[in-house]
Design a protein around this ligand. Sequence first.
Ligand SMILES: [Zn+2]
Ligand SMILES: [Zn+2]
Length: 185
Amino acid sequence: MNPQSVTPSEVGPAEEDTISYEAFGEGGCACGAVRYRVRSAPMIVHACHCRLCQKQTGSSNAVNALIEADRIVVLAGTIEETLLETPSGRGQRIARCTSCKVALWSNYLITNQGDHLRFLRVGTLDDPSIMPPDVHIFIESQQPWYMRAPGVAAAEGIYRHKTTWSKDSLNRLKQLTRKTGFPFK
Ligand SMILES: [Zn+2]
Ligand SMILES: [Zn+2]
């Protein structure tokens, strides 16, 4: 798939500024062209150890914070999207800086939430420690030298969100699926 250039205003739904959130954190790409602000804590943070995340990040795992798209505000720069494979086979559209091509977030098509749910790449935050993993997934392919912090949930593959997410996050998800009209997967 050819990268398609889009301006920040075309990525994700329009801002809903009727609700104002404190700035929870800020981040950006490696070259500094793209800067974004996160307006609240995410619903949950995944550390994914699947082979595709290892391949696509060139690392041991991806760290993705699931957050409503309208809680990420692009402050500067332009984004392009590329479609890459995921374990579900449905794929993910990865949003990258048009200059340095670093991935900032993605939309997993399996979730059925379209542009409304983003998987933010936590390492692009100025301070990634504000979004530590809540659950490790696909540990069936976790690298043998990777040390998980004790007490953090882990699943061989995927997990049941209804029993893992906090009550508050499940409420936020309910609001999101009401908006998109499709159940979360
Ligand atoms: Zn960049
Ligand atoms: Zn993965």
